[in-house]
Design a protein around this ligand. Structure first.
Ligand code: PHE
Length: 492
C-alpha cells in the first residue's frame, strides 16, 4: 500500500516534502510509510532526507485534564453555588489526586475563598486549561505564555517527530521489481532462473545471535570446588606446567626408579626436550641418598639411583608433582626464615599412557589438597576429608588402607552414593612420608596430610554421565554444555 503510494506519487511529482503529511493525506500509518521509505532508499529507488520537528504533546496528567477538566475547575464545581462547605467535606467530593492543586489554582484565580470553610467568589468560570490542552492535542498553535505555563505544570512536553522528505533515487521505477532470494527447484526446472533478478548479498546484515557462553560441566564443577577450597582457607598452587621432570613427578616423591608407573606404558615421556635443564643440586643429592640408603629412620630402597632417569621429561602423571615443588619451596623458606603452615590446593590436567575406555582417558583432571603443619595426625586427615567431601554433598565416608610410595599411612576414600545405592571410590589420600619431607628440609615435627581425586569422577556422578568420552575429548557433543546449565554441588 504505502510502497505503491510513494512510488506512484513520485512518478508525477518532484518530491514528497513531508512523510508525515503524506501519510495523513493518503490515510496511511506514518510508521509504515517510514519503513517503506527506508527499504526503498536501501535499494536506491528513492533519496530521502531526514526531517525533525518538535511538537508539543500532552503528558499523562495533561491527557487526564483534557478529558476530565482541570483540577481547579473540578474543585470549583464541587463548591456549592450558595453558602460554604467545610474543607474536610469538600475533600471527600473531589478526586484526591487533584484536591491540592485544585485548591491552590482556584485560590490563585480568585475563584474561591479558602479557609476552614470554602465558598465561591464568582459564579461562573471557564476551563481555559482544558481548552488549551485540547488545542494542543489537535496540533493547533497556542500563545507562548500559555505554553510556558502548561510546560511548567508538566501538562505538556516536547516530542521530537522524525520523518523524511523523499525524491526519486538513481534506480527509481514506478513499480518495484521483485528480486528472488533463493534459487529454488522450481526456478531451475522451469528455466525461470535465466530471467530472474536475484537479491544481492547483504554482507552487513546481522546473523542470528550465537548461543555461546556456557561453561563446560567440568569447568562448573571446578569452579565450585575452588570455592569450597577457598572457603576452607586453601591457597591455589600454580599448575601451569604440563611438562615436568621425572625428578619432581617421581623421585622427589620417593617413588623408586623401577616403579611400574615410571614405565613408558604408563607415562608419556617427552622426545623434545628429552631432559630437564635444571634441578636443585643439593636437594637432588639428598633425594638420591634417601632412595639408595635411606635415612631419617628409613632403610631406603637399596638400589643404584640414576640421575639420567630423574632428568627425563614427561607429561605430569599427577598434580602431586606440583605439590612436591611447592613443599620444597616451603621447606627452603622455613630454613631461611621460619616455618609457616600452609594449605594448598590445585585442580588441573594430568596425563597417563592408558588404554582409553568408558571410564579412562589418557588425560584427565586431578583435584589435590594438602595441609602442611606441625604435629598433624591421621585424625586430622580424616577430619579434613570429612569437611571437604561433606561440602560436596558426600557426607558418608569410609576409608580403606592403601599403598602409595609417598604416603604412609595411605587411605582410599569411599563415599556412599545415594543414587547408585552403593559405596564408590572417590579418592586417595595419605600422610607424606618422612623420606619425602625430610630431604626437602622440613624438621621432624612437620607433617603433611594430602588427598587427591579426579575431577571427572564427581562431575560424572553429579551430571549422570556414564561414559567419560561424552564428557571430555574430541567426541564431546557441544550441545552438552547447553543442556547442563547448573552445577548441583551442595544442592543435593
Ligand atoms: N597422587 C595421587 C593422589 C594422592 C595425592 C596426595 C596424597 C595421596 C594420594 C594419585 O595420583 O592418585
Amino acid at each position: 500500500m504505502a510502497e505503491e503510494a510513494i512510488l506512484g506519487y513520485l512518478q508525477n511529482h518532484e518530491e514528497i516534502s513531508d512523510s508525515g503529511q503524506f501519510a495523513t493525506d493518503h490515510g496511511l500509518d506514518h510508521s509504515d510509510v517510514v519503513n517503506v521509505i527506508k527499504s526503498l532508499h536501501g535499494f536506491r529507488y528513492v533519496d530521502a532526507q531526514d526531517i525533525k520537528r518538535e511538537t508539543d504533546v500532552l503528558t499523562e496528567e495533561g491527557e487526564k485534564y483534557a478529558e476530565q477538566g482541570s483540577p481547579e475547575v473540578q474543585l470549583f464545581l464541587a463548591v456549592p453555588a450558595e453558602g460554604s462547605i467545610l474543607k474536610e467535606e469538600l475533600q471527600k467530593l473531589v478526586d484526591p489526586a487533584v484536591f491540592k492543586i485544585g485548591c491552590s489554582q482556584a485560590a490563585k484565580n480568585k475563584w474561591v475563598q479558602m479557609g476552614n470553610q470554602i465558598s465561591r467568589k464568582v459564579q461562573h468560570v471557564e476551563d481555559r486549561i482544558k481548552d488549551l490542552l485540547l488545542q494542543i492535542r489537535d496540533g493547533q498553535e497556542i500563545d507562548t505564555d500559555d505554553k510556558k505555563s502548561l510546560k511548567a505544570r508538566k501538562l505538556i512536553a516536547v516530542q521530537t517527530w522524525k520523518g523524511y522528505s523523499v525524491r526519486k533515487g538513481p534506480d527509481y521505477a514506478p513499480i518495484r521489481r521483485r528480486t528472488a532470494t533463493d534459487l529454488t527447484r522450481e526456478y531451475l526446472q522451469g528455466g525461470d532462473w535465466r530471467n530472474i533478478e536475484f537479491k544481492e548479498y547483504n554482507f552487513s546484515a546481522k546473523g542470528p545471535p550465537p548461543e555461546g557462553g556456557h561453561l563446560h560441566p567440568l569447568n562448573k564443577v571446578k569452579e565450585r570446588l575452588k570455592d569450597i577450597f577457598r572457603l576452607m582457607n586453601f591457597e591455589e598452587m600454580p599448575t601451569n606446567r604440563y611438562v615436568e621432570s621425572s625428578f619432581w613427578n617421581f623421585d622427589a616423591l620417593f617413588q623408586p626408579q623401577q616403579h611400574p608407573a615410571r614405565d613408558s606404558h604408563d607415562t608419556f615421556f617427552l622426545k623434545a626436550p628429552e631432559t630437564t635443564k635444571q634441578l636443585p643440586e643439593d636437594y637432588v643429592e639428598l633425594v638420591k641418598r634417601v632412595h639408595e640408603s635411606g635415612g631419617y629412620g628409613s632403610r631406603g630402597y637399596g638400589y643404584d639411583w640414576k640421575r639420567e632417569e630423574a632428568n627425563k621429561n614427561l607429561l605430569r602423571t599427577h598434580t602431586t608433582a606440583i605439590s612436591s615443588r611447592m613443599l620444597y619451596a616451603v621447606a627452603q623458606l622455613a630454613k631461611q626464615q621460619s616455618f609457616t603452615p600452609k594449605r594448598y590446593f590445585s585442580i588441573d590436567r594430568v596425563f597417563r599412557n592408558e588404554a582409553v575406555d568408558r571410564t579412562h582417558l589418557a588425560e584427565f583432571h586431578q583435584i589435590e589438597g594438602l595441609v602442611c603443619d606441625r604435629g598433624l595426625t591421621l585424625g586430622h586427615l580424616i577430619g579434613v576429608l570429612q569437611d571437604f567431601f561433606s561440602r560436596l554433598g558426600m557426607d558418608k565416608l569410609k576409608f580403606k588402607p592403601a599403598y602409595n610410595p609417598y604416603t604412609e599411612p595411605s587411605m582410599e576414600i569411599f563415599s556412599y552414593h545415594k543414587g547408585l545405592g552403593k559405596w564408590v571410590e572417590i579418592g586417595n589420600s595419605g600422610m607424606f612420608r618422612p623420606e619425602m619431607l625430610r630431604p626437602m628440609g622440613f624438621s621432624e615435627d612437620v607433617n603433611v596430610i594430602a588427598w587427591g581425586l579426579s575431577l571427572e569422577r564427581p562431575t560424572m556422578i553429579l551430571y549422570g554421565i556414564d561414559n567419560i568420552r561424552e564428557l571430555f575429548g574430541h567426541k564431546v557433543d557441544l550441545a552438552l554444555v547447553k543442556r547442563n546449565p547448573l552445577c548441583l554441588i551442595g544442592i543435593q
